[in-house]
Design a protein around this ligand. Sequence first.
Ligand SMILES: Cc1ncc(COP(=O)(O)O)c(CNc2csc(C(=O)O)c2)c1O
Length: 462
Amino acid sequence: DKYTRPAVKTEIPGPKSKELAARTDSIQNTGALSFFCDFEQSKGNYLVDADENVLLDCFQQISSLPLGYNNQELLDLCKNDHFQATLLNRPALGTFPGLGFPQLVEDSLLRVPPPGLNQVITMACGSCSNENAYKAIFMWYMKKKRGQEMPVLDDLAYETCMKNQVPGSPKLSILSFDGAFHGRTLGTLSTTHSKPIHKLDIPAFDWPIAPFPRLKYPLEVHESENAAEEARCLEIVEDLINEWNTKAPVAGIVIEPIQAEGGDNHASCEFFRKLRDIALKYDIAFQVDEVQTGMAITGKWWAHEHWGLETPPDIVSFAKKMFVGGFYFSDAIRWNMGYRIYNTWMGEPSKLHFLKKTIEIVNSQNLVNQAQLTGDYLMKGLKELESAYPALLNSSRGQGLFCATSISGDGARDKVSKDLLNQGVLVGSCGNESIRFRPSLLFSPAHVDIVLDKLNVALNNV
Ligand SMILES: Cc1ncc(COP(=O)(O)O)c(CNc2csc(C(=O)O)c2)c1O
């Protein structure tokens, strides 16, 4: 069975990938292109590329495949006649939903609601989910300020908003964190601060940016220092809220449970509980961006469940492994007028059928718990490699399968990542010197053993 171990026959990208890349380059920029995939031959944790290399995929299309490739139960869905009609006839969901829509949402998204939230809307991707979540926050803030349920379109508001001017277009802000990634569209880009190249040349809002804790590892050795760092960051959050209160009051705070693109930056549950309290203290909306951390990979269905919040977030946005984008929201955030959070497709109902089946599989195979156990096994192995290569490997960190480790030294991370790929293991990179693991929920200790064995070889080659 070719799906039990990696098998690399050519350099990667191989000749077929290079030929396809050249043809694609005549159509569009291919600067982000790695290699071409054979999505018919790929299966489970194994990705087959255009040159028939079999790779153990620990990155899964940027953490967007929950059950890996060609899961048979999901493939069987596509043979269903009813499903074909859903697949083909894509509705303008906000206005002409299919007759099975409410049942489908109940059987999918509302099977796994973040604790305390039971309102949800779908969108196409993570960026547009966050864009519309921010809009919902601004509408909530202005409804609260006006003290009226329905938006008031008085002449002044009507006239000025059409010219992008106050008071119709109010000066409000979203507080985000240095190192965050919430999307690259215009609004979310003002809350994304992970790489300059994402932001260069694009206008941005003057919104507050707070420091995200920079923890020192191993955590148990730096407890007091890390607690002081988290306290420092929380104090600056309050300072920024006060500083922006006149020029553009903070309507919402948005944060990732683990800053992924920023370098897999973690913070303690206590930090997040205190941040949630700050939002309550100033009556500011609290949004958790679970686009990358959601869907069981951290050992809970939603990563923020690890925090033990007393008051749920106001908004939890999702995409990637949920097959569709969207956000759950509280009754307080719920907007009361149609066409204010809206676009043609509002996501895609066919993807909710895949989500429904995936949730059934995750629950029947207890994969949330497996993510925790397998992730613990991976972390144990990374820490053992740290002891074997103390000058190279450090700061191994993770929650469930959502793991990363840092490789110090000029170019060392890229060299190790490339070496792993040539040995048939695909991992992600994040920050300046980390490699990150975003495997499918079907990842098991046997896969971890393959990864650790090849990482050992790669570290030895540095
Ligand atoms: C926490 C978080 N929030 C929002 C987004 C944006 O989602 P998409 O628009 O890419 O679906 C992402 C997308 N992740 C992502 C990984 S690499 C990347 C990129 O555009 O380079 C984007 C995310 O990780």
